[in-house]
Each structure stands twice: as structure tokens, then as C-alpha cells.
Ligand binder design. Structure first.
Ligand SMILES: [Zn+2]
Ligand SMILES: [Zn+2]
Length: 247
């Protein structure tokens, strides 16, 4: 099972036990960053010609930032609780996230390109047509900020597992300010009852969603409508907890 999880989710360097970053990973990251920069640059150019759009653009960027946190929470909840290695498209991510619960600190080891290359490829594929076809500066900025937060969310997650002394100064400052996911806030996701704190951009939605039992209600709806119970309802300890000696 262990070997199956690793082969499905990552290729490991035999000596360091770190995932290997390939040229393809770096190329996907570069393409994703270029796509995001194009969205934001096109928005700024168009806004210069329509100064009254500045306020709307700033509002759109703020809404995008908060929406991205919420969307990563819903996606993380779905990946953690439903499907399997055999699930089309998402199977490797489902296995990867389950492996992360068993070896949380491993996530701090890979380079940025390894952590975000899948999201970067998705951003390039989805946002490029929008960049080419859209001339609304407000919408372009919304898309650029939203896609950027989603694309780097797994890196924000990785930094929440990185000892503070190993973080770049700017990253540590952003964490302290709560602009990106704080280490202490995400730690709750890896403690019993293993059914909360799913959001990984800033984590600002975690308290609201957890206190309102949003995901519990969603799980009841899914179980009632589709007959699929979430993993968080069963075998909690063995499925979700950190395994000693695996870090
Ligand atoms: Zn998780
Ligand atoms: Zn984590």
C-alpha cells in the first residue's frame, strides 16, 4: 500500500527521500506564472485607460483572495473524504493527500515547482483562453488573483508545515500577518477529530466553516442524496493520523 501510494503520487530521490523535481514540473510552474502575470498586466493596462475601474478592480482582487481560500477548503474536504486511487483525474491527488495525513512534515521538503505543478498546469489551461478573449479589467484581475491563490495554495500549505526558522523572512511575515496560512491554524487539521480546517490559502474561512458545521452539513447532504459517507465518519485514527517513523 505504501509503495502504491508513493508511485501514484510522487517519484522519490532514493538517498534523500525527497521528491524529484523534473523539467516538466518547472516548465508547468513557469507557464502558470506567465499566465497569471499576463492576466494582471492586461488588467492594469486596461484599467489605466478606464480609471474609474480602479476601485472595482481592487474590490474584485479582495473578493478573489477570500473566495480562493473558501474554494481550496471545499476542494481539500472533497479530496480528503471521497474517492480513491481509482478515481479518474483526481486519484493521484486523493492518494497524495491521504499520504500527507500520515507524513505531514514531508510536505515541507519538496521545492515549489513540485508542490504546485499540477495546479499550475490547470491554471494555464483554464486562464489562457480568458486572457485572450476577455477585455474586462475587473474580471481579469479577479481571475488573476483567484487563480494565483489557488495555484500557490499547496505551497502555502507546505509552508504551514515548515519550521519557522527555515521559512524565508517574507513568508514568515505573511504568515504572522495571517495573509497566508498560519502554521498554528493548519495544525488543527492534523489533530482529532480530523474533520476541520480544510482551507489552505489564508485559512480565514476555517473558523467560520468549522463553527457553523458547514462541512458536516455537506457530508449529511452527500450521504443522504448519493449514499456516500465521508472518510471522516469512519476509521478516523488509522486513516488520518500521523504514522510514527514515517517522517
Ligand atoms: Zn487533509
Ligand atoms: Zn497539512
Amino acid at each position: 500500500m505504501e509503495l502504491k501510494q508513493r508511485s501514484a503520487s510522487q517519484t522519490l530521490n532514493q538517498e534523500s527521500n525527497w521528491p524529484i523535481t523534473t523539467f516538466a514540473h518547472r516548465a508547468r510552474l513557469a507557464a502558470g506564472c506567465a499566465t497569471l502575470l499576463f492576466s494582471i498586466a492586461k488588467s492594469l493596462v486596461l484599467t489605466t485607460a478606464a480609471p474609474r475601474a480602479w476601485l472595482e478592480s481592487m474590490l474584485a482582487a479582495t473578493v478573489a483572495y477570500f473566495t480562493a481560500d473558501l474554494v481550496t477548503g471545499i476542494y481539500h474536504w472533497a479530496i480528503d473524504n471521497y474517492g480513491s486511487a481509482q478515481t479518474p483525474i483526481f486519484g493521484s491527488q486523493i492518494v497524495g493527500f491521504q499520504g500527507h495525513h500520515h507524513r505531514p512534515s514531508q510536505l515541507a521538503k519538496p521545492p515549489v515547482a513540485y508542490n504546485v505543478h499540477i495546479a499550475a498546469a490547470a491554471v494555464t489551461a483554464v486562464v489562457t483562453p480568458i486572457n485572450l478573449l476577455c477585455s474586462d479589467p475587473v474580471f481579469l484581475l479577479f481571475v488573476g488573483v483567484f487563480a494565483g491563490c489557488v495555484m500557490f495554495s499547496q505551497q502555502f500549505h507546505a509552508w504551514a508545515h515548515t519550521p519557522k526558522g527555515r521559512l524565508p523572512t517574507l513568508v514568515a511575515m505573511l504568515q504572522d500577518a495571517g495573509i497566508i496560512l498560519r502554521r498554528a491554524d493548519h495544525a488543527a487539521h492534523h489533530r482529532p477529530p480530523f474533520n476541520n480546517s480544510y482551507c489552505i490559502v489564508s485559512g480565514v474561512w476555517n473558523r467560520v466553516l468549522d463553527r457553523s458545521k458547514f462541512f458536516v452539513a455537506l457530508e449529511v447532504v452527500v450521504a443522504t442524496a448519493l449514499g456516500h459517507e465521508p472518510r471522516s465518519w469512519s476509521d478516523t485514527i488509522s486513516d488520518w493520523s500521523e504514522k510514527s517513523g514515517t517522517n
